[in-house]
Design a protein around this ligand. Structure first.
Ligand code: URA
Length: 481
């Protein structure tokens, strides 16, 4: 069967196309999904007669809701992935929506990230009042959502803001509420600076008045409002100065005023974090504050894969795309890893893929966020999370992708990968296979070294499978090419 191209720019388009493809019994591997017209012109569109005996597509509400929410998740292969889920469901594989299934786990992770983005947008959209002008909305907000949640968030505000007109602009689209109807439009602004604001001074005065230096806790403030939102919040500009004056004396003044008036009240400043119980691990990865990396990351990125995978791949830390998607190895290094896995005969959905460090560490370079290698203290701070995954999944073989992973797995900051390439070691009753990190291949200076580094990864993955199958006893058997 030749490749079939289908255009899906939104959920409804995808749903219509997916229904048709299911009716034609076209398996996922034969469909090329494109998000913009003209993208897939290389492939032939193969219109085939509808099958009269085609299966009726009856889907439970839960599946439809999951698919609809996941469709807002911004990732290049979303339509293909959703079709795969739908196809598997239609084939009777109903565990495809279970979190224990690899596709199901990915589906749920996407839905979770989308709901979280909606929540963040409800919380951090700031409408600014504009100077009067006929026909223009009275309030305008700028927001940069990671996922495509603007329509549902606009419906949320439409229900709450009555007949006042407003617009929410994002880098890719805008939604206008004229007081009675919502209108979807294209991108109209390039940033918050495009809004001429009449009411901002008032809002900042209010914010200053409710800011209580006696109670401020900078870490908590940042944990409640992730750093990517600060730049578009009006109060973002004044918070640093208020924090610094709080730290330099206002904290005491604030407490004297409120506490000191009560007779007998002792004035003992206690940092808020000291009042919180100390736990071995925070209750969820997202709340982890064991090192400072969370402050500049979008979210923590947990591992993903079957609950009882026999092989675990451990990378270094999420990259730029992983940080936005909330999933490990979805960027260029992930593509290379996937290619190597295919060559090694290892199915991605049979292994558990994770990282030694769960938050993206980066430094700005122009408009880009450049990866920065995690420090040993950050690797150690995150080790508990990796250990938790290992104990839960109980893999028999772990592949360390690069030296950060190896250092974490061996809990040894001096561990060196090069001597261990080709020589699996046993640790805590499981094999550890060491290979280069996929990014090492991408950064290699010439074709020869690229090939050689890539081969090390493929060989290591093959060796991991052989160890699992007991083909090698001592871990040292040669890998056939
Ligand atoms: N590099 C990694 O080590 N992990 C990822 O998830 C992505 C890139």
């Amino acid at each position: 069967m030749s490749a079939v191209v289908r255009l899906a720019q939104c959920f409804d388009e995808w749903r219509a196309a997916a229904r048709e493809l299911i009716a034609l019994r076209v398996p996922p591997a034969h469909v090329q999904w494109q998000s913009r017209p003209g993208e897939g012109d290389l492939f032939s569109v193969a219109p085939e007669a509808t099958d009269a005996n085609a299966p009726q597509l009856r889907l439970p509400r839960q599946l439809v809701e999951l698919l609809q929410a996941a469709a807002c998740f911004n990732v290049h292969d979303r339509w293909a992935f959703l079709y795969q889920v739908l196809w598997r469901w239609q084939q009777g594989q109903h565990d495809v929506i279970s979190p224990a299934d690899a596709d199901g786990a990915r589906l749920h992770a996407m839905v979770k990230a989308v709901h979280r983005e909606e929540h963040d947008m409800h919380a951090y959209v700031r409408f600014r009042e504009r100077a009067e002008s006929a026909g223009a909305p009275r309030f305008v907000a700028w927001f940069e959502p990671v996922h495509e949640v603007l329509p549902q968030v606009a419906r949320h505000f439409a229900r709450r803001m009555g007949s006042t007109s407003w617009m929410i602009a994002t880098p890719t689209a805008s939604m206008l509420w004229d007081g009675s109807t919502l209108h979807a439009g294209p991108a109209l602004m390039s940033g918050a600076a495009d809004i001429d604001d009449a009411g901002e001074a008032l809002w900042l005065t209010y914010y200053r008045s409710i800011f209580n230096p006696a109670r401020v806790n900078a870490d908590l403030l940042h944990s409640h409002i992730p750093s990517r939102f600060w730049k578009n919040l009006p109060e973002g500009a004044i918070v640093p100065a208020m924090l610094s004056s709080a730290a330099n004396g206002e904290r005491r003044t604030g407490q004297t005023a409120s506490v000191g008036q009560r007779s007998g009240a002792a004035m003992i400043p206690i940092a808020a974090e000291r009042a919180q119980p100390v736990r071995d691990l925070p209750t969820t990865l997202d709340q982890c504050r064991r090192c400072a990396l969370w402050q500049h990351a979008t979210q923590a990125v947990p591992g993903i894969g079957p609950a009882q995978a026999r092989i675990m791949l451990v990378g270094e830390q999420p990259g730029d795309q992983e940080d936005l998607a909330g999933l490990p190895f979805v960027g260029p290094a992930g593509a290379l890893l996937e290619q190597a896995m295919q060559e090694a005969g290892m199915a991605r959905d049979s292994v558990y893929v994770t990282n030694a460090v769960k938050h993206f560490k980066w430094e700005p370079r122009g408009k880009r966020r450049l990866h920065k290698t995690p420090a040993q203290r950050e690797i150690l701070a995150c080790h508990g999370w990796l250990e938790e995954e290992i104990q839960r999944v109980q893999p028999q073989v772990i592949v360390a992708l690069g030296s950060t992973a190896l250092k974490s797995l061996l809990q040894d900051g001096a561990a060196s990968m090069t001597p261990l390439i080709g020589t699996p070691i046993e640790s805590d009753g499981r094999w550890i296979v060491s290979v280069y990190h996929p990014s090492y291949v991408l950064r290699a200076p010439d074709e020869a070294s690229r090939r050689q580094a890539y081969r090390v990864i493929v060989d290591g993955l093959k060796r991991a499978t052989m160890l699992l199958e007991g083909v090698v006893e001592n871990g040292n058997a040669a890998v056939s090419h």
